[in-house]
Every structure is written in structure tokens, then in C-alpha cells.
Design a protein around this ligand. Structure first.
Ligand SMILES: [Mn+2]
Length: 427
């Protein structure tokens, strides 16, 4: 596993203003083989005490490492793999990587296996011309994967993509993993930049831009659109900057020089579909509130409406006396008869770690893989239904199946919400 000292360093990251004697000094003078990224004076000077030293040195070090990696992989074709249901943070960062890599004659295709289901994501892709493509596992079968020399995982570590096993079987090596979720799996890659304390991968990518990996130019339409996409990613992963920390604000400040506020507004104005509104209504109707947790099962929903689940959780967590909301449902893909239980957690409770909570609640599958995880304030889980998938033409059977999953998920959650209760007897 190639996790270097800077990753370990990041784990113990804190907002302390004291200089950390253990922090290794990055010897920039030693890097003679590559062009040193040039840091604009405005982020190096006069900007707060701790960011001045610590974060900049990590950002520099990682930018230099990434630059070296890209130099080693010049003229390649790479696949950037996003989670099955990519969000604005993932989409914008993948685009940024593509633009950075272009300078090294690396051609990247941005792919995801699921669907763009949130209305804002569809608007983002359409309005900015963001070059992401949907490749289902079927699409992959028809592709000649031998023309790709590298895989890149952005805003994920491969564990949330259906495409992972197929691309790994094709023997394509992992070139880079850039993410802000907690470490999900053992990673072997040329370049790893995982910073769980950063609120958005867009912050990491903006730092790459700031250290000179790509100089944004307001007169280039694509740069303006990409900066707008990054601003959207950053905002949406930080609950409109409300959970942003200094680094995220610094990144937003930098992007503010380039982004198109009107375009961002147009993306944010995208309306919810009626079906999404219906799922939110079901979540309101079905919710149970215990110990400041709001828990709602919403039954079956179509694959394309999957994003209604996090949106319902976003809404439920706004209720008075609720700090954490969990919403889940059975998502079905009509073509494949594939069913999976999908859930989202949202919390405003600072001491609740969504990653820990979800791993503790649902545990692991038979291969040792967790059913979900999370980042600050948010988490998600996916439980494949395997043999029980399909046959929902029989509505009594479909209802029974839902009731069993609903009861099982509630039991697992309530065990953590009310540690002393036995939820079966209490209901
Ligand atoms: Mn993210």
C-alpha cells in the first residue's frame, strides 16, 4: 500500500496554530527533475496562520507528486471511474483531472455505471457540457479495454463502482486515487491523495490548480465552466459552505475569480421531478423519530429516482429536535431485475461519525466488504438483494419482501439509536 507519510500526517490533522515539530519539511529544492508548481503569492502570504504553513506544504507536496506521476504516464489513455451515482464533487473533479492531464497528452474518459439522478447533476452536465459518459457493465463488455493504460478513481476508491471488477480483470493498473472519504480499501496506485478531513474533493483539486498544475484563464470558456462545476461540487459537499472549513473557503475564494455565478444559479434552479417529490412525501409520512434520529423507509423506487433518497434525508434532518436522518428504499432496475437496498444518512451532530455509524449498523458482507460508509455529515449504504431480487409482479410478495427488509434495517439502526431497547418487542 502506497500511503506515504503525508497521509498519516493528514489523519492527525488539526486546526492547531502551533507549528508541528513532527511535520516533515518538504524539501522543494530537491525536486530538480520537474517544473516546480508556482504558488500564486495570494495563497502563500497573509492568509491566516495555519494554512500558510501546513496545508500549503501538503498541497505542494501532493501537486508535485501528481505532476511527476502524470509525467511518467505521458501519452496514455486513462479511464476516470466515478461512483455509480456521481455527485457534483466527483463530476467536477474528474473534469479538472481530465483538463490537467491533457497537458501531458493523456486522454481521459470519465465514466460511471449508474445514472445521473439528481436534477442538479443533470443540469450541471448539460449546462457546462461536462464530458461524462455512462458505461454500464454491458457497455464495458463491448469495449476494447486494452487501449487503456491506467485507471483513476476520483471522489471514490473504487468500492462504489460496479465497473471495478471488470476493469481490474482487464489488468489496467490504478494510476491515481484522489478522494476525501475515509480509507475504504487497500490501495495500490502510483499516486494516492486521500484526505478525509477535507470536506470536498473539489478543495483538493482547487489546490492542485492553485499550485499551478493548470492555470485557469477566464477567457477560456471551458475553464470558466470547470471552475463553476468545482464551485458547485464544493458547495454541495459542504452543505452550501455551512460545513466548510478554512481550506474549503480558501478554495472557494480562489474559484470565485473564475466561476460564472449566473451559470451556477441556473444549475441550482433545476426543479425536482414529481417522482422525487413523492418519495420525499413518503419519507415524511413513514418517518419514526427516536432519540433525535429520524428513520424512514420509502419502499420501492425506480433506478432513475435513486437520488430522491439523499434528498429526502436532507429534508428530514431539518426537523426540530432531529440531528440525524436515515432514509432507505429498494431501488430496482427494470431491465435487469436487479434490486438493491439503498440508504442515506445525514447528520448535523458533530460527534456522530457517519462512516463509523453505518459500518457499525450494517457490518460487512461475506467477502468482508462493508455495506457502506461516509464522510463528515453524510453517509450511504447499499445492500444487494441477490436471490430475492425481482418477481414483484406479485404485489403481495413485493410488499412482504419490503416489510422484511424494512424491519431488518430498522432493527439494525435502532440497536444503535436506543442501545438498550429490543426493537422487536417495543413495536
Ligand atoms: Mn465528495
Amino acid at each position: 500500500m502506497q500511503l506515504n507519510s503525508s497521509f498519516k500526517q493528514s489523519e492527525s490533522f488539526s486546526l492547531t496554530k502551533e507549528p508541528n515539530p513532527e511535520e516533515p519539511e518538504v524539501d522543494k529544492e530537491a525536486e530538480v527533475t520537474i517544473t516546480k508548481p508556482s504558488l500564486p503569492a495570494s495563497i502563500g502570504e497573509g492568509v491566516g496562520i495555519y494554512t500558510g504553513q501546513r496545508n500549503n506544504s501538503l498541497a505542494f507536496q501532493k501537486s508535485e507528486e501528481l505532476q511527476k506521476t502524470l509525467l511518467l504516464h505521458r501519452h496514455e489513455r486513462q479511464l476516470i471511474i466515478l461512483q455509480d451515482f456521481p455527485d457534483p464533487d466527483a463530476l467536477s473533479c474528474a473534469w479538472t483531472y481530465q483538463l490537467i492531464a491533457q497537458q501531458y497528452d493523456i486522454k481521459c474518459e470519465i465514466i460511471y455505471a449508474g445514472t445521473l439522478s439528481h436534477q442538479e447533476n443533470i443540469a450541471l452536465v448539460k449546462l457546462t457540457g461536462l464530458p461524462a459518459q455512462r458505461w454500464t457493465p454491458q457497455t464495458l463488455k463491448g469495449k476494447d479495454l486494452s487501449c487503456y493504460q491506467g485507471l483513476v478513481f476520483i471522489d471514490n476508491q473504487g468500492t462504489t463502482s460496479q465497473l471495478l471488477s471488470a476493469v481490474q480483470q482487464a489488468g489496467i493498473p490504478i494510476v491515481a486515487v484522489i478522494d476525501h472519504h475515509s480509507l475504504q480499501t487497500d490501495i495500490k496506485a502510483d499516486f494516492v491523495d486521500i484526505r478525509p478531513y477535507v470536506r470536498a474533493t473539489a478543495t483538493i483539486f482547487t489546490q492542485y490548480l492553485q499550485t499551478g498544475l493548470l492555470s485557469l484563464d477566464s477567457s477560456i470558456g471551458q475553464h470558466v465552466k470547470c471552475a463553476t462545476a468545482l464551485m458547485h461540487g464544493l458547495r454541495s459537499d459542504t452543505n452550501r459552505l455551512m460545513q466548510a472549513q478554512e481550506e474549503d473557503f480558501m478554495a472557494a475564494a480562489y474559484l470565485s475569480r473564475f466561476y460564472d455565478a449566473q451559470l451556477l444559479n441556473a444549475i441550482l434552479q433545476a426543479n425536482r421531478s414529481k417522482r422525487v417529490m413523492d418519495v420525499i412525501e413518503r419519507s415524511l409520512k413513514n418517518r419514526i423519530v427516536q432519540n433525535n434520529f429520524s428513520i424512514a423507509g420509502v419502499g420501492y423506487l425506480r433506478y432513475d429516482d435513486r437520488d430522491a433518497i439523499p434528498q429526502a434525508a436532507d429534508f428530514l434532518v431539518t426537523e426540530e429536535n432531529v440531528h440525524t436522518a436515515v432514509v432507505y428504499g429498494i431501488v430496482h432496475d427494470e431491465d435487469d431485475e436487479l434490486e438493491v437496498v439503498i440508504g442515506s444518512l445525514r447528520t448535523t451532530k458533530l460527534t456522530l461519525d457517519p462512516d463509523e455509524f453505518i459500518k457499525e449498523a450494517f457490518g460487512q458482507d461475506s467477502t468482508g466488504r462493508f455495506f457502506g460508509g461516509g464522510r463528515t455529515g453524510a453517509g450511504g449504504f447499499e445492500i444487494p438483494m441477490g436471490f430475492l431480487s425481482g418477481s414483484n409482479e406479485n404485489s403481495a410478495y413485493a410488499r412482504m419482501k419490503w416489510e422484511v427488509f424494512d424491519a431488518q434495517i430498522k432493527q439494525k439502526l435502532l440497536r444503535l439509536v436506543n442501545p438498550k431497547d429490543n426493537p422487536i418487542q417495543s413495536e
